[in-house]
Design a protein around this ligand. Structure first.
Ligand code: UDP
Ligand code: MG
Length: 341
C-alpha cells in the first residue's frame, strides 16, 4: 500500500490519475452549510500539499443543495458530485462516495460543520503512522442530552458486538486506508453501519479526540424513531448476540418459573390453599409477556433482514455524476451498486 511518495500537487492528481486523498461527504438538505464547509475544507486540503478530491454525495436533497454542489464542481476541479435519485440515508450515501473514491486515504465527514475540517490532517497523520482506520471521538459533543445518552448505550453495545472497544462509533469524521475501503465495498449487505463494519475488518484501528460543533444550520435528520431503528439495525446487523441474549434470558426465566412453582407447591402443602398475590402474578406476567414480544420482534428483525437481502435491491441508485469517475466499480455502468439502507 503506497501511502507516501505521491508528488505534492494540491488538487491535481498523480500519474495514474488517482488523488492521494478522497474526502467523502454525504449531503441531505444542507444548502445553508455547503459553501461555508467548502470555504473551510479547501484551505485545509490545500495546505496538506497532496493531491485530493472531494466527493459530495447528494442524498436526494429537496432544497438547493444539488444546485450549490454543481456550482462548487464548476468552480473547483477537485470537487466531484454524485447525485442519488432519492433519499437513501446517510450510510448508503457514504457508501456511494466510498464506491467512487479513488484516493489512497479516504476521509468521511458530515456536511453540517459539526465535524471541523481542520481535524483532517491529524487523522491522515495517524493513517500514515500505520493505522488503517482512524475514528474521531467527539470530546465536547454538542448534541441534545437524550441523544448523548442513547449514543453512550449504543457505543457500549457496538464495542461488544464488533469486538473493538471505541468510545464513539457514531462520529463520521473518520479516515480509512484504501485496503479497508476495498473490503467495505465488497460487503453487499443491505444496511450497514460503516464505522462498525470498518472496525470489524481493521487491523490496527485507533480513536482520536476531535472537536465537535453545534449544527451550523438546519436540523439533524435523526429523530428518536430513526435512532431506535438505527440501533436495532446495528444490533442485529452485526451479530446474533441480541437473540442469543434473549434465549438465555428465556432459559433463566423458565428456571425461575420452575423454582417459583416448587415454592408455591411447598406453601400449598405447608400453609394450605391461598388466593392472595393475584396482582403480583399479573405484574410478573406482564414482564414475561414483554420479554416474549421482544423476542418475537428480534426474530422478526432477523427475518426482515433476510427478506431485504434476498430481494437484492441496489443500495442506492445514482442519478448523475459530475467529475471524473475513472475508478467507478465495473458493475456501476447503469449507475447502480448493490445492497440499501
Ligand atoms: N445525511 C444524509 N442522508 C440522510 C440524513 C443525513 O446524507 O438521510 C447527511 C447529512 O447531510 C449530514 C450527515 O449525513 O452531512 C449527518 O446527518 P445529521 O447531521 O442529520 O446527523 P447527526 O449529526 O445528527 O448524527
Ligand atoms: Mg449533524
Amino acid at each position: 500500500m503506497i501511502l507516501n511518495g505521491i508528488p505534492s500537487a494540491g488538487a491535481a492528481r498523480d500519474g495514474s490519475g488517482h488523488p492521494y486523498l478522497s474526502v467523502v461527504i454525504p449531503v441531505y438538505n444542507e444548502a445553508a452549510n455547503l459553501e461555508a464547509l467548502h470555504a473551510r475544507l479547501g484551505p485545509v486540503l490545500d495546505q496538506l500539499g497532496r493531491s485530493y478530491e472531494v466527493i459530495f454525495v447528494d442524498d436526494g436533497s429537496r432544497d438547493r443543495s444539488l444546485e450549490i454542489l454543481c456550482g462548487l464542481h464548476a468552480a473547483h476541479p477537485a470537487v466531484r458530485v454524485i447525485a442519488l435519485n432519492r433519499n437513501y440515508g446517510q450510510h448508503a450515501a457514504v457508501f456511494a462516495g466510498l464506491d467512487h473514491a479513488q484516493g489512497e486515504v479516504i476521509v468521511t465527514l458530515d456536511a453540517d460543520l459539526q465535524n471541523p475540517p481542520e481535524e483532517i490532517p491529524r487523522l491522515i497523520a495517524l493513517v500514515e503512522a500505520g493505522h488503517d482506520v482512524v475514528g474521531g471521538w467527539r470530546q465536547n459533543r454538542h448534541d441534545p442530552l437524550l441523544r448523548r445518552w442513547f449514543s453512550k448505550a449504543m457505543n457500549r453495545l457496538t464495542s461488544k458486538i464488533v469486538g473493538v472497544q471505541m468510545r464513539d462509533y457514531g462520529c463520521m469524521l473518520r479516515a480509512y486506508r484504501r485496503d479497508v475501503v476495498q473490503v467495505l465495498r465488497g460487503c453487499q449487505e443491505i444496511s450497514s453501519f460503516i464505522p462498525a463494519l470498518a472496525n470489524s475488518f481493521a487491523h490496527s484501528p485507533i480513536e482520536v479526540p476531535v472537536e465537535h460543533a453545534s449544527r451550523a444550520h438546519g436540523r439533524s435528520s435523526y429523530n428518536p424513531f430513526r435512532l431506535i431503528r438505527l440501533g436495532f439495525d446495528l444490533a442485529t446487523g452485526f451479530s446474533l448476540l441480541p437473540i442469543q441474549t434473549v434465549s438465555l434470558a428465556g432459559i433463566g426465566i423458565a428456571l425461575l418459573g420452575v423454582g417459583f412453582g416448587g415454592f408455591l407447591l411447598l406453601r400449598r402443602l405447608l400453609v394450605g390453599p391461598e388466593v392472595e398475590g393475584v396482582f403480583t402474578l399479573f405484574a410478573i406476567l406482564f414482564v414475561f409477556v414483554g420479554i416474549q414480544v421482544l423476542a418475537l420482534g428480534l426474530i422478526g428483525e432477523y427475518i426482515g433482514r433476510i427478506y431485504l437481502e434476498v430481494r437484492r435491491r441496489p443500495r442506492y441508485v445514482i442519478q448523475k455524476i459530475l467529475g471524473s469517475s475513472a475508478a467507478a466499480p465495473p458493475h456501476d455502468a447503469a449507475g447502480r451498486q448493490g445492497g440499501g439502507a
